[in-house]
Design a protein around this ligand. Structure first.
Ligand code: NAG
Ligand code: NAG
Ligand code: NAG
Length: 228
């Protein structure tokens, strides 16, 4: 399909989306608003986001970290040259009988992690907990947040906020990874900063039930409870 064709098809959809979004904003409750329509979007059946990807310093240790902390399975490793590898991990919710069968459908599975690795890389990348960038965090769910957090620590991850506590400061690695680092919040008044911290305690978000931790490269994991 020509791009102009694509745009003319997509434009009504984009405009319709914007219009419904605008009228749905509930100014009576600035903390949270719900869009009016969450039904499947016609024409976008079989669409979805399948994975996120991180760049790791140590491939084997990072694979082991995600396996042991969260029960991920290694599905395959793609390696166009021995010095560069991409490992794919996920949870076998599709009940695939083999890793080959899973790999054949991996693009359609959700929530997978891809770990990229370059042997003897000549520079180390700063994680978002140190230097904010457009990647914020990885959300993972588990029936037992505290136990998962303990496993993260046992595998060499760092616990930034255990379950049961609130985010109490904007001067923290969590704040940096959430785009609230000191260099970006200069335009927020003292009162706004205090209101922001207080607002994060809204029960609808449930931050106190989450554990915030890092993986081996310092990426933030937002570990949330499964709704059973
Ligand atoms: C905003 O909405 C949330 C979720 O519905 C609710 O828990 C909260 O109390 C509301 N806040 C105000 C100020 O109305
Ligand atoms: C990487 O470094 C190790 C240890 O210094 C060395 O044995 C290996 O050959 C290096 N590999 C590459 C691709 O440079
Ligand atoms: C935000 O801060 C920057 C840098 O200090 C300044 O140039 C800009 O005008 C500020 N914007 C507002 C809306 O205060």
């Amino acid at each position: 399909m020509k791009p102009s064709n694509l745009l003319s098809r997509a434009l009504p959809l984009i405009v319709a989306t914007l219009v419904t979004r605008c009228i749905s904003i509930d100014t009576g409750n600035e903390t949270m608003w719900f869009a009016p329509d969450c039904s499947p979007v016609p024409g976008f059946e079989h669409h979805g986001s399948s994975h996120f990807s991180v760049i790791a310093q140590d491939l084997d240790r990072t694979i082991s970290f995600y396996e042991k902390a969260f029960g991920f399975r290694l599905v395959f490793i793609f390696s166009p040259i021995p010095e560069y590898k991409a490992a794919y991990l996920g949870h076998n919710r599709g009940n695939y009988p083999s890793c080959q069968a899973w790999a054949g459908s991996a693009v359609e599975e959700t929530g997978q992690i891809e770990i990229l690795w370059l042997e003897n890389a000549s520079s180390k990348l700063p994680p978002t907990t140190k230097e904010p960038n457009t990647f914020s965090h990885i959300g993972i769910y588990t029936p037992d947040v505290a136990a998962a957090c303990e496993r993260v620590a046992a595998q060499g991850g760092k616990i930034l906020k255990p379950k049961g506590e609130w985010i109490e400061s904007l001067e923290s690695p969590v704040a940096i990874a959430y785009g609230l680092d000191p260099s970006r919040i200069k335009n927020l008044s003292k009162e706004k900063r205090a209101a922001l911290l207080e607002g994060l305690k809204n029960p609808v978000v449930g931050f106190n039930n989450y554990c915030f931790a890092t993986d081996l490269d310092g990426n933030i994991l937002e570990i949330q409870p499964t709704v059973l």
